[in-house]
Design a protein around this ligand. Sequence first.
Ligand SMILES: Cc1cc2nc3c(=O)[nH]c(=O)nc-3n(C[C@H](O)[C@H](O)[C@H](O)COP(=O)(O)OP(=O)(O)OC[C@H]3O[C@@H](n4cnc5c(N)ncnc54)[C@H](O)[C@@H]3O)c2cc1C
Length: 399
Amino acid sequence: MPKRILYLGGGACTLVALRRIAEEARKAGIEVEHTIVTNSEWHYFPAFFPDVALGEAEPDDVRAPVENMARAYGARLVLDTVTRVDPAERLVETAGGEKLGYDYLFVCLGTRYGWEDYPGLKEAAVHNYTLEGALEMRRALAEFRGGDIVVLVPEFPHRCPGYPFEVLGRLVYHARRRGVKARVRLVHALPMKAALEHLYDLAVTWHRIHEEIGDIEYVMGKQVDHVDPSTKTIHFKDGETMRYDLLVATPPARPPKPLEDTPLVWSKDPRFLETTFPTFRSRSYDDVFVPTDSAMPSVNLPFAGVPVHYAAVAAADTVLAELKGASGPILFPDSMTIVLDFGKTGVAVVFDVEPAPGGVAKTKPYIAAKHPMIKLLKYSFYKGWIRSVKDLVPLHVST
Ligand SMILES: Cc1cc2nc3c(=O)[nH]c(=O)nc-3n(C[C@H](O)[C@H](O)[C@H](O)COP(=O)(O)OP(=O)(O)OC[C@H]3O[C@@H](n4cnc5c(N)ncnc54)[C@H](O)[C@@H]3O)c2cc1C
């Protein structure tokens, strides 16, 4: 009987794991049954959404039909919402009434956005954490005639820890090129000292880049209570308030709904899922792998797409080794590069990675380069990723 592998979600995590297993199993002559369940007909590249918001990319640049990857790698595609995951029973249920069993489960559902935990925030703020959000932010920027732009980070970590620092530079760049007078402020939940520690000291360099760019202010260590869209005011827990003309926010990270009440949630911090390094196998269930981004904080990796890519490869290699009856270490790269666009310039951040006791990782990040060319590198990589999914052809045709 071929092993049944079920992938939840249609993002980078699923694409990378599915591609790896399908290609390698085919070479080894191992039969596998792949099923993808996802609630969108599109495979999105969310890191590209800010480019849509800033008018530097169009919706079709940031998405490709999810069906292409299913067809290319011989997977059954179920377009439906996952409503329940029961790892003890090896069962996944969908809104449409599907009941799906599996031999291996890949949890690739990304991160849910918990806007509701801050009253008024969703109504008041624009964001580029979804394509619809990015298009709304684009409209808001087009109508913006000047004043105070506040980039609000109500909680940390959130998806892509470097994003608020990046977008500050990009917002200043965007306003200047349009001749709009804007003062851009970062209002961050962490105090500066903690932010520097959590952001791995990189924030020091980012701060310097912001000083070069100019027109950026920092207000650190502010806990948001609620936001009043009618008066355009942020209310903080310490009783202070702040007015804004345009509010850009990062959404609080929460576990995907169908996993909320499962042992896959990280007991130390239930905003995230739990995984292990370097196989990305669940601590609770041997047949479940969790290489999606909302699990990265549990193993000390950055909450971003680059580690997801390597995590999906490592999890796929673990399954392949079991399918082949092979043994040997599962390798995670000893360094990863994350590229940031600051508007006027770009920065490449390298994370050296090594295993640490207890099935987690230890990272040592440093800035490898700062150059406007890095912006181009980032843009080309994103464009190439989506282009490659648009151009996918079935494995038996491509070989
Ligand atoms: C604004 C922004 C900037 C970013 N910048 C960077 C960056 O510079 N560098 C970097 O490395 N990373 C960056 N990221 C993060 C990166 O995009 C994510 O880490 C990556 O997309 C995670 O991949 P994933 O497959 O785990 O999750 P996702 O890509 O979110 O995929 C989740 C999938 O699950 C599906 N899904 C969700 N819930 C359900 C459900 N209940 N039922 C069925 N399907 C469901 C979704 O439709 C989707 O297909 C950024 C993200 C954002 C939003």
